[in-house]
Design a protein around this ligand. Structure first.
Ligand SMILES: N[C@@H](CCC(=O)N[C@@H](CS)C(=O)NCC(=O)O)C(=O)O
Length: 277
């Protein structure tokens, strides 16, 4: 099998999803870490392999595969069945369809609900250390203009930015959906863990480190599911190497200051949540 090289970053849920899968399958891979707040993802060398300037990218024997969900399914197709741990894609077509729905929820909904919260808190602190000219340069270089506009809003308004209310409303609705799905199966797609669980867990991890504790208190099946995911050896192997103790301590201190308020806002958003229609 060709070498697997993952361009990633410590906190990106999209990158974390792929690290979970590489580790759960027991595949050998090399990492190239990029600093997203410094926009290393927009350097010409990286844009040459991923013109969208986003992480992750998996380079397989010199050929790039982009988009985290596509990378996860690519690995299922590319890796010989006998290599590594069992497949994370169910063979039953209905379970596979459920898996893909959760992967879409992770990419299309949770992706936009996860990023704003750490950006408005931890990322904002990092950007406060830059000059206005440096910040403008980073924003001007961001190819996706909607993403740049959201980053500007989150930098200027922090947790009061409208993107945070949208994020909390999305989380409120999705937490109910997850709790309901977990009444039917132990894992999101069925009786066995699948790409669905890792795709969603990569986002639920943000609720954990930002201390939005209400999410776990009010959704006991989700809490037990997340505990089961955390017990997989792949979970620690995907996170520990990238999170030195001083970084974790810093995040815990910031999260302790904002987590309770965000939890209250999430509980209120849940009362107002409309089912998906
Ligand atoms: N749909 C893409 C999303 C990738 C994405 O948005 N990555 C974020 C980190 S989670 C990123 O690279 N952001 C860079 C930036 O905002 O400049 C995937 O799943 O791979």
């Amino acid at each position: 099998m060709d070498s697997l090289v993952l361009y990633h970053s410590a906190f990106s849920p999209s990158a974390l999803k792929v690290r979970f899968v590489l580790e759960e399958r027991g595949l050998a891979w090399e990492g190239r870490l990029l600093d997203l707040m410094a926009k290393q993802n927009l350097q010409p060398e990286y844009l040459a392999i991923n013109p969208r300037g986003l992480v992750p990218t998996l380079v397989v024997g010199g050929r790039a595969v982009i988009e985290s969900a596509v990378i996860c399914e690519f690995l299922e197709d590319y890796v010989d069945a006998e290599v590594g741990a069992p497949s994370l894609r169910p063979s039953d077509p209905f379970a596979c369809a459920r898996m893909r729905v959760w992967m879409k929820v992770a990419d299309e909904d949770l992706h936009w609900a996860t990023g704003p919260i750490p950006f408005a808190t931890l990322g904002r602190l990092q950007w406060l250390g830059l000059s206005e000219a440096q910040r403008e340069e980073l924003l001007a270089a961001t190819p996706d203009r909607a993403r740049a506009a959201a980053q500007r809003s989150l930098f200027e308004r922090g947790l009061e930015a409208p993107e945070i209310d949208v994020a909390l409303a999305t989380w409120a609705r999705t937490l109910s959906e997850l709790e309901a799905a977990l009444t039917e199966h132990e894992w999101l797609a069925g009786a066995a863990i699948s790409l669905a669980d890792f795709s969603v867990a990569a986002h639920v991890y943000m609720l954990d480190y930002m201390q939005l504790n209400w999410a776990f208190e009010a959704h006991p099946r989700l809490r037990r599911w997340y505990e089961r995911v955390k017990q997989r050896p792949a979970f620690a192997r995907s996170l520990d190497p990238y999170l030195p103790a001083p970084v974790l301590d810093f995040i815990a201190a910031q999260a302790a200051a904002v987590g309770p308020g965000l939890s209250e806002r999430l509980a209120a958003a849940s009362l107002a949540a409309q089912p998906r229609g």
